[in-house]
Design a protein around this ligand. Structure first.
Ligand code: CDP
Length: 642
């Protein structure tokens, strides 16, 4: 994956909701008459449902190009002799169909891929047995494959726990009108993902069947018939979460059409989380737009929209503070153990994650982010969420990325649509802001990058060092802020290949350990910063841009820089690099000095050293200078026309 070197920007429409498509396909298949569905999702999970409804007699006419489909239903419960249905990896297909097949007549085997066989079905199988259905597990108890010897359902009341999957309840509801005496469902535990049950109720209403809900834990459906309908499927809100997160992560702006505040999908609430974290959200009549700003931190209960857990965990890698996700213990039993998988893969990228019983805590440390080859566990949501890290971290590689076919075959090309276009150099101050701590390779890299791009190079650190030298010479107490600032104002500093203080070459003098000791104190002085930052802005603006390196270029000096990068390296690597440049200090001294400077630089109140919003983070520990320079040059060229 190649990082976005600037904010994500775009207006996109997304494929239809998987959840709504599979509910509508089943209702249409059981209806009398021909239904027309538009905005349909064509992906593996919905193919599984399509294949199944055709196998028991529904007639479908597909118009894939226009995301439409016509379904002529079988007007009631399915009748079959000997049927085999393969739900592939689709939880919705299998759990929606099982209670419907039980309402029919004949013998049917329901099976799926290995991943689906590993997922739980026992609550639903038990409930159906309580209703008098004959179901035989062929492999292990409570799992697929099963054989159903169907002969209709007469009993009309059942209890079910909905703590593992709301799909168990949705499946029973969808089948309920086919049961000869209807069905009353009593939930014995509070339902997770309740918005998905509501979605089921609404789709059933679209097809003419009403569900009564006398209280929070009871649903009642009378025996009846589905009627053909014309239904428009909403864009998939879970899929939308990746694109909204992309806006937040890259400090960009993304609008998704077809979604709105009246959306039926629970996952739409993910944008509320983004808003609480600091993003700006606009709810249009027929779109939702997210503009990235801060990513603060906090605790979020995602019980009702758990499919966005991985999206939030990936986003959390770039947050200012810890992000804790609670209420989602049950996602350990989805396509994979999503909590463990997320911990493992984020850890590979330098993100600290702690699992808890019902969720996880991400402790972001942007200084330790690094590219890695990540696994996807045959879970589409692993691939799509880990792709988000690649927006700002180079060298993320995603294994078996085709697993997105399950719900979103063209995910990667849609993400590409948000990639920022190169801007013309005219009328822009083309600043490449390169920030990072000592030993990250910043200075060497920035100098070579400037040569490569034929741009001026500004070493702003040399300016702070020059002021420190001037203060030492004038014997000014660095704690005297006014005196030091006045000195900064009066001293004539010229930076370039060599550094001049009042026209005398001081290139070597600014690099002594004595200056190393003093410079961070001088640089923490807000009045000194004001003087130097004004000069930096003036120079770069006059020259039309350049490669500017320092500690606050992306955050303070040029927050709108066309390209922002933050260079890091493991602390030991940074110390070793510096040690190589100094003959006076020991490695231990160098490491201590760097650590002390990091501490002052990143905690000072004025312009602390931080990763700028949206900046690309590059761990240079294992890279040569040439590799870093070429990576940066490529990124810069992707956002600025030559
Ligand atoms: O080369 P090294 O990373 O050691 O540091 P430098 O770029 O020469 O900067 C020396 C010091 O100046 C840093 O430790 C910061 O305290 C300060 N500095 C800053 O505050 N803001 C900048 N834009 C650049 C440097």
């Amino acid at each position: 994956m190649q990082p976005f070197a600037a904010p994500a920007e775009g207006i996109i429409s997304l494929p239809g909701s998987k959840s709504q498509t599979n509910r509508a396909l089943l209702c249409a298949a059981l209806s009398e008459g021909t239904s027309r569905l538009s905005g349909v999702l064509y992906a593996e999970d919905t193919e599984a449902m399509l294949e199944a409804i055709v196998s028991f007699g529904a007639v479908v006419e597909e118009d894939r190009q226009n995301f439409e489909i016509e379904v002529t239903g079988i007007a009631g419960a399915p009748v079959f002799q000997e049927l085999a249905i393969n739900a592939r990896q689709s939880g919705t297909t299998s759990r929606f169909l099982l209670p419907t097949l039980a309402a029919g007549n004949g013998r049917v085997t329901l099976d799926g891929d290995q991943e689906l066989r590993a997922r739980p079905f026992s609550e639903q199988i038990d409930a159906l047995r309580d209703l008098g259905c004959e179901i035989e597990e062929l492999d292990k108890r409570g799992g697929l494959p099963v054989v159903v010897s169907a002969r209709g359902v007469e009993r009309s009341e059942v209890e079910i726990a909905a703590a593992t999957s709301s799909q168990f309840v949705s499946g029973l509801l969808l089948a309920a009108p086919l049961y000869s005496n209807g069905l009353k469902i009593n939930l014995t535990s509070p339902a997770i993902s309740r918005p998905y049950i509501e979605l089921t109720v609404e789709v059933m209403r679209d097809f003419g069947v009403l569900v009564e809900q006398p209280d929070d834990s009871t649903y009642v459906v009378n025996p009846g018939h589905y009627r053909a309908a014309e239904v428009h499927i909403e864009p998939d809100a879970s899929a939308a979460s990746y694109f909204f997160a992309a806006a937040a992560i890259t400090h960009g702006r993304v609008r998704i059409t077809g979604l709105h505040s009246e959306s039926r999908q629970g996952d739409i609430r993910f944008v509320d989380v983004l808003e609480q974290l600091g993003a700006k959200v606009v709810w249009g009549e027929n779109y939702i737009e997210v503009e990235g700003d801060r990513i603060r931190g906090g605790t979020f209960d995602l019980r009702d929209f758990s499919d966005t857990t991985q999206t939030l965990a990936a986003l959390a890698a770039f947050a200012e503070n810890d992000i804790e996700i609670t209420g989602v213990g049950f996602i350990r039993r989805k396509e994979t153990d999503r909590i463990a998988a997320m911990r493992t893969e984020l850890t590979k990228c330098g993100v600290e994650v702690k699992e808890s019983e019902d969720g996880l805590i991400v402790r972001p440390n942007l200084w330790s982010l690094k590219g890695a080859r990540v696994d996807t566990y045959n879970d589409h949501r692993m691939a799509m969420s880990m792709a988000l890290l690649s927006l700002r971290i180079p060298r993320i590689e995603i294994n078996d990325h085709e697993c997105v076919n399950k719900t979103f075959p063209d995910f990667f090309s849609r993400l590409e649509e948000l990639r920022p276009k190169a801007k013309s150099r005219e009328n822009t101050v083309a600043v490449a802001a390169i920030d990072g701590p000592a030993g990250s390779g910043k200075s060497t890299v920035a100098r070579l990058l400037a040569t490569e791009l034929k741009l001026p190079h500004f070493d702003t650190g040399a300016m702070y060092r020059a002021v420190a030298v001037a203060a030492l010479r004038a014997e000014i107490d660095p704690d005297d802020q006014d005196a030091t600032a006045e000195l900064a104002e009066q001293t004539k500093i010229a930076i370039g290949d060599r550094t001049f203080i009042d026209e005398v070459d001081a290139t070597d003098e600014i690099r002594t350990p004595e200056v190393d000791q003093l410079v961070s104190v001088v640089a923490a002085n807000p009045k000194v910063r004001r003087v130097l930052v004004a000069q930096q802005r003036k120079w770069a603006t006059e020259l039309g841009g350049g490669v500017m390196e320092g500690r606050d270029i992306g955050t303070k000096v040029f927050p709108d820089a066309i390209f922002k990068a933050f260079l890091t390296a493991q602390p030991e690597v940074r110390a070793r690099r510096r040690y190589g440049q100094s003959s006076i200090q020991t490695l231990g001294d160098v490491a201590e000095d760097i650590e002390r400077r990091d501490q002052i630089d990143s905690t000072r109140s004025d312009s602390p050293l931080q990763v700028a919003p949206g900046a690309v983070v590059i761990d240079t520990s294992d890279l040569t200078v040439e590799q870093v320079v070429s990576e940066l040059a490529n990124m810069f060229r992707s956002v600025v026309e030559d």
